[in-house]
Design a protein around this ligand. Structure first.
Ligand code: SF4
Length: 363
């Protein structure tokens, strides 16, 4: 492979473990060859996790899709009383959790709309009830945007709110709601709080010993510089706290939302984005392809572009991306499907828990 001079310089920096600059990130997005990105992202992935690819056995619970916000890219939210809306009662949530008693799941992932009437005490009760039914399962719950609203509703600070949830049994945060951490772009995309809120909640969570992930919604109206600004903000918070486990690029899907006229980016762009993310975010240990969002085959392909985690088996309860036009109508994978997907890409499947402790190696 003949390298461009800038590629040679970047390769040297990556081999010596030096951090890439914003301009080098721009070069990777705009000019680096597809081969170069794949080879370099693979190098970094294998340095971190060898030939292993992680997944977990988890379920998603979406308590409601009623939401006070109006994100233009959202196909999922409804106002109270609107057709297509739902809200599970606490008893229904208990029934869902009970269904997974004595099964091998290790994680319950909870996210949903920002319900206008629910505060942190209600959600603490929800967590307590799930914890009682599934005492040994990790509970990873609520995006920073849901947290911000439920704390404000109860008039508690971020720290107090997180403590209330932690005492109820919350152990980790997912990474959603970040979209692109840039206020100018945010104003064009949604009416949620600005990026500092997302950063503040994750910083406080990390300080309280609650680890989290970080997502990035890409492939809509943002430019490459916005993606890099976003990743720089994640990178510098990670320098400060070390609390992020995984970075999760989420592809904008354009069905049934006010941005349906914005075309979706190509699979090639998805792969380039995974690779640049792996190279630029030198301090976040794992890069996840959320297969529900990009499809099983593309998730498998991403394993050649720096990805070392395919999220989980999930079961069929999540609707966020099926309502936005993703291929998976009822997202669910069996463990054998998941391990086969990883094996047939030449990688070794490793079941992990929420905090990336190894549960089982599938040799
Ligand atoms: S993306 Fe989340 S916060 Fe925005 S409207 Fe949809 S459910 Fe609500």
């Amino acid at each position: 492979m003949r390298l461009k001079p800038q590629e040679e310089k970047i390769a040297e920096k990556i081999f010596s473990g030096d951090r890439l600059t914003f301009d080098e990130g721009m070069f990777l997005y705009q000019q680096a060859s597809f081969n170069f990105l794949s080879v370099m992202a693979n190098y970094v992935k294998e340095k971190i996790s060898g030939n292993d690819v992680y997944f977990n056995i988890n379920i998603h619970i979406e308590p409601t899709n009623y939401c006070v916000y109006n994100c233009k890219f959202c196909s999922y939210a409804r106002k109270i009383g609107q057709e297509g809306g739902w809200e599970y009662s606490l008893e229904e949530i208990e029934r869902i959790a009970s269904h997974y008693k004595d099964t091998p799941i290790t994680e319950v992932h909870i996210t949903g709309g920002v319900h206008p009437r629910r505060d942190v005490y209600y959600y603490a009760e929800m967590i307590r009830r799930i914890r009682e039914i599934l005492p040994d399962v990790y509970i990873k719950a609520f995006t920073a945007i849901e947290l911000h609203f439920m704390f404000r509703k109860a008039r508690v600070s971020v720290e107090e709110g997180l403590q209330i949830l932690k005492e109820a049994g919350l152990q980790a945060l997912p990474g959603g709601g970040a979209e692109i951490l840039d206020d100018d772009l945010s104003r064009q995309l949604h009416d949620k709080p600005g990026y500092q809120t997302w950063i503040e909640i994750h910083r406080t969570a990390h300080q309280l010993g609650i680890q989290s992930n970080a997502t990035m919604l890409y492939g809509h109206i943002e430019k490459y510089q916005h993606r890099l600004i976003h990743m720089e903000r994640i990178r510098s918070l990670q320098d400060e706290t070390g609390g992020f486990n995984a970075f999760i690029p989420l592809k904008f899907r354009n069905k049934n939302n006010p941005m349906s006229d914005v075309p979706e980016v190509t699979v090639i762009e998805d792969m380039r984005n995974y690779a640049v993310s792996r190279l630029f975010l030198d301090n976040v240990p794992h890069l996840k392809a959320y297969w529900v969002n990009i499809g099983k085959k593309n998730a498998q392909l991403s394993l050649a572009f720096g990805v070392d985690d395919l999220d989980g088996t999930i079961d069929d309860t999540t609707r966020i991306y099926s309502m936005a036009g993703a291929d998976e109508d009822h997202p669910r994978m069996t463990v054998s499907e998941m391990t086969e997907l990883i094996r047939s890409a030449g990688r070794r499947p490793v079941q992990r828990d929420t905090l990336y402790k190894v549960v089982k190696i599938y040799d």
